[in-house]
Design a protein. Sequence first.
Length: 535
Amino acid sequence: MQEHFQEFLEKHVSEVRPLARETALTWWEANVTGSEEAFERGAALQAQLMKIYAREDEYRLLQSIPSESLSNPLLRRQHKLLLDEYRGHQMSEKTIDEIVQREKEIEKEYNTYRALFGGERVSDNTLREILLKSDDSEQRREAWEATKQIGERVAEAVRDLVRIRNREARRLGFRDYYAMQLELQELDEGRLFALLEELHRLSDEPFRRYKQRLDERLAQRFGVTVEELRPWHYTDPFFQSPPPGEVDLNPLFEGKDIEAISRAFYASVGLPVEPILERSDLYEREGKSQHAFCTDIDREGDVRVLCNLRPSERWMGTMLHELGHAVYDYYIDRSLPYLLRTPAHTLSTEAIAMLFGRMHRNAEWLKRYVGISDEQAQQVVRPAVEEMQAQLIVFTRWVLVMTHFERALYADPDGDLNSLWWQLVEKYQWLRKPEGRNAPDWAAKIHIALAPVYYQNYILGEMEASQLVHVLRNQVLAGEPKHALVSSPKVGTFLKQKVFSTGASLPWEEALEYATGERLNPAYFVAQMEAEEPI
């Protein structure tokens, strides 16, 4: 049986590998140029790749091979991952073509649409700048509403896509697409939502204290009562990150070279990123995707980041975050079999991205890489820590909205989603729904359409990041100076040896146990919400 599987594996990889690389390159081209031809070609290649995993005879062959007949653990793991991949793609070629085409059309709309504001078409960066800096409530309201215009354009297309995904998942024996995706991601739905409920409970009091102070400050800034505050007063269009705190860190990054800072930091912790940056596309341009992401083109070292950098705290954090994904991909042990040359799980790569994405609020990091003085550091250290804690608390509440909404979306895509969205926003984020608003604001979030059943990985990743920070501080860097977390090559050595090297050869929680000595423990994340040094 083992030899039989090895033969299948070699044939499969020889077919998938060049096609996956061509697909990745084409999607990269589509996202950096907005080219209609590239989007069409990318959709066709993606469909071709999906159709490989839709082959019934190959799926039956994999099913016929007992896992216990494979004595080699790496073969056993590849067998499990292939079974899941094939299982999730058992659908007709016509359906695959339809899904890919719909996703392509929706993605192109998100990438190329520019909102109408003040009679002009403007970028997301421009609207976010207004929400960051303007003290005019009416101007802020118009900018916030403009960030939601894309929702009206794609909402029905997203509902249709959800219906198709559900239809196929149910045909394969799942309750709906949401349940299918969790199972194929090796996540237990009951455990996940019990964990989310625990986070809801544990974050309630820290969130209440934070939001009370925030609302008083915002009411004073905008000359309104706390009761008159609305979503456009909170800077981020979805309140998924907090407004600048008592000390606004944005001025620290004005005129700074975000790319150069990132390069210096990653080199210092033993994870040089030059080969990644050489292939990346980092600055905004007409037609280019306005978002940010990292992609591994070939599992051979061609790892790239797309950003739209401006000298701001937001883009500093985003760059550090995306390069966190990138170093994970880049430093995976390339002697592993091709199919295992990926992160242990999506949440595992999110953990590394979030660990590094927190660094720009660390006082030692700011002194070393942004060049602030000791005196400035003393002024910003406590507010920066509080801002980091606010980020953890606010993001936790936002994830509760997204995960509960998405599960409900797949349970009933024909329901009153506009109302449901605001019910969840009011329940978890304590924001007031604008009077009379009835719009598909949920559809303005690109993840709902194009990264389905993904958002739980962010909060699980935050938990894993906190667990890794605990190990770094208390074991790897024990006895080292305070700045070691942001400057020591021991950080990179630990991550390469204990996290990146195993790739997908172990299930994610076994991989975490190998790296930290225990399985996922939310206690470290909860403790960081109110710790002296959360980073």
